[in-house]
Design a protein around this ligand. Structure first.
Ligand SMILES: [Fe+2]
Length: 561
């Protein structure tokens, strides 16, 4: 618990326990010690000095009341005061300060040997009905110090109190430091863990799930939620991730975020804590939420969402703590800052992907547009290639590389004259030689784009055959990479199922028979088997859909680069 958060009485109670050691040591010397708060009320019980004082006090002597009077005098003056009490004992009251704030006073007292000669012992016995002879014997043992020692006692008491106070403050600060260090460590550990998962190529849902899971564990709460507003609103949907044992469903979180959290965040402009939450009975939230802490996600000074921690678990609370505190608020604020940075970067990255994909679509469409009969060919080859790659069980990143290879496979045709590409009927040998250059040209074009390096092998080899009769290099079997084999098969399939200037689309039976016939020579037999096992008719329907709607816009999300 922080020293700052301890109230005066709490601090005094803590001090009283630290004075136990001093009280014990003084007791062995026949000296008593009591602690008083700033209002002059005793804290922790009055301890008489030795057996004589204990008996007199028990019999009704107002020793505690007189010590209290002295304590109040010290509190009024703010300095040490000493006096003889009416019982004959000497007493010293030392004010107790905490950082210049007067918190109370410590009163030390002891019976003096002079009390015997001055008749105090007999008087006290008569007044409180005690046996003179017995008490005189006890007083001879208990009264060990003289009046002349009062000044020395004052110095010893002041020194002892100072030493104990210093030790108590040091201990308290050490505890505070330890707590702060522990909290900071947890926070740093959490931020470090989160920064490790901040890959812009990753999906925001996965990152937010990680954030919520971490919040759940570190903050000891029953539910954590991350809500991201749509970007742009007309295109995307709101993104909501919820972690927790299921006390609240997504609909309740949306309701709470919209009706309660968002307005408060908008008003405060920063994190908020609500430890006594009561939902409107008509809201549908019921009593599911008792308390929450929330922080806005701010990107470029605009709110883009929020993080919410709900229902602090009681076992996670320190004594006297109720609900969320400033440590929780600071923690969720730090995480929200990191999350907002991630989301902003991810959006930039997604925009770049969209831009790049837009350029690639435009480029391939312009090539296809050279010949009206090949319109949409590149995008169809891309889609067929992706299906085939998926059927081979390849990892998502490689599947997307193959999709792009299919999209860009004929990019080298950019250098082939339209007169050749659109020529009806057979090409002359010379014209065919020109066409055969397009895989090399395509690879050359793509060389300059680092992000598309992975696509080059497939583009270069999509006209190679396993029997070595392909072009441009005449590679043999294993020399043809899988990307080239897949795109090559997809390319031929689309060519056969599409109309050309010189023929109509071939019937599906003919296409299947052709593919089967060339398995092992032109095509990879294993790929042919997988391709023919696919639902080709259903797939053809999909290919006839408007091309762009069937295509993903964020290929890079799967981390293929
Ligand atoms: Fe080609």
């Amino acid at each position: 618990m922080s020293l700052i958060s301890i109230n005066t009485n709490g601090f005094l109670a803590a001090m009283e326990s630290t004075f136990a050691n001093l009280r014990e040591q003084l007791g062995m010397l026949g000296l008593g010690l009591s602690i008083w708060d700033a209002e002059g009320q005793e804290v922790g019980g009055f301890a008489p000095a030795g057996e004589f004082c204990r008996r007199v006090c028990q019999a009704g002597a107002p020793c505690a009341a007189r010590s209290g009077d002295l304590a109040r005098r010290a509190l009024e003056r703010g300095e040490t005061v000493s006096d003889r009490l009416e019982c004959g004992c000497c007493a010293v009251a030392v004010p107790l300060y905490q950082r210049r704030r007067l918190l109370g006073a410590a009163v030390g007292c002891f019976p003096v040997v002079e009390m015997l000669a001055e008749g105090h012992v007999e008087r006290l016995c008569d007044e409180f009905g005690l046996d003179r002879r017995e008490m005189t014997e006890i007083a001879r043992v208990s009264c060990r110090h003289s009046l002349g020692e009062l000044e020395d006692f004052q110095r010893v008491l002041e020194w002892g109190i100072h030493a104990e106070q210093t030790a108590a403050v040091a201990q308290s600060e050490l505890t505070t430091l330890s707590t702060n260090l522990s909290t900071t460590y947890e926070e740093l550990n959490l931020l470090y863990g989160i920064s490790g998962s901040m890959k812009v190529t990753g999906r925001p849902e996965e990152f937010l799930r990680h954030i919520c899971d971490e919040l759940l564990e570190v903050m000891n709460i029953s539910c954590a939620a991350a809500l991201v507003y749509p970007h742009p609103p007309a295109v995307e949907e709101e993104l909501l991730v919820v972690s927790g044992p299921g006390d609240l469903n997504a609909q309740q979180i949306r309701l709470m975020a919209g009706a309660y959290v968002a307005p408060k965040l908008a008003r405060s402009g920063r994190g908020i804590v609500e430890n006594h939450f009561r939902a409107d009975p008509a809201s549908g939230l019921g009593r599911a939420v008792a308390d929450f802490v929330a922080a806005p996600l701010i990107a470029e000074r605009h709110p883009i969402g929020m993080l919410i921690g709900i229902n602090k678990q009681s076992m996670a609370l320190l004594p006297g703590q109720t609900g969320f505190d400033s440590v929780d608020l600071k923690l969720i604020g730090s995480i929200a800052n990191q999350t907002a940075v991630f989301l902003a970067n991810h959006r930039l990255y997604a925009d770049l992907q969209d831009l790049l994909m837009g350029v690639l679509y435009a480029l391939t469409s312009s090539i296809d547009a050279k010949d009206p009969y090949t319109c949409g060919h590149s995008q169809r080859v891309a889609m067929i290639s992706r299906r085939l790659a998926q059927a081979c069980g390849l990892p998502a990143a490689r599947v997307e590389t193959i999709y792009l290879t299919g999209l860009l496979h004929d990019i080298g045709k950019i250098g082939v004259p339209e007169a050749i590409l659109c020529k009806p009927g057979r090409l002359s040998d010379e014209e065919y030689e020109q066409v055969k250059l397009h895989p090399m040209r395509g690879a050359k074009i793509l060389e300059g784009i680092r992000q598309l390096e992975a696509v080059i092998p497939g583009v270069l080899t999509h006209h190679e055959r396993l029997d070595g009769r392909g072009y441009p290099q005449g590679l043999l079997a294993d020399q043809v990479p899988l990307e080239g084999r897949i795109v090559g098969l997809a390319d031929c399939f689309d060519a056969m199922t599409s109309e050309r200037t010189y023929r109509k689309a071939l019937p599906m039976e003919t296409v299947v028979a052709e593919i089967r016939k060339h398995a092992g020579t032109q095509f990879d037999a294993n790929l042919v088997e997988k391709f023919l096992a696919m639902d080709i008719e259903g797939f053809m329907e999909e290919l006839r859909q408007p091309a762009r709607t069937a295509l993903p816009t964020r290929l890079f999300q799967e981390g293929w680069i």
